[in-house]
Design a protein. Structure first.
Length: 51
């Protein structure tokens, strides 16, 4: 979407969705910068799960 003459105009997507994400993720992991920013948290129904 882009504004054009006071209207929102839908445009054809020019890039593939998530293009380059896999490579970027590998680079982040190799640099050691892949620690969780927010710790894991439990859900009330976790006790019912079996793995």
């Amino acid at each position: 979407m882009e504004p054009k003459n006071d209207a929102a105009v839908s445009c054809k997507q020019t890039e593939t969705t998530r293009e380059g994400w896999a490579e970027a993720s590998k680079d982040i992991a190799e640099a050691g910068d892949d620690a969780l920013l927010v710790g894991e948290f439990a859900n009330s129904s976790d006790a019912e799960l079996s793995w």
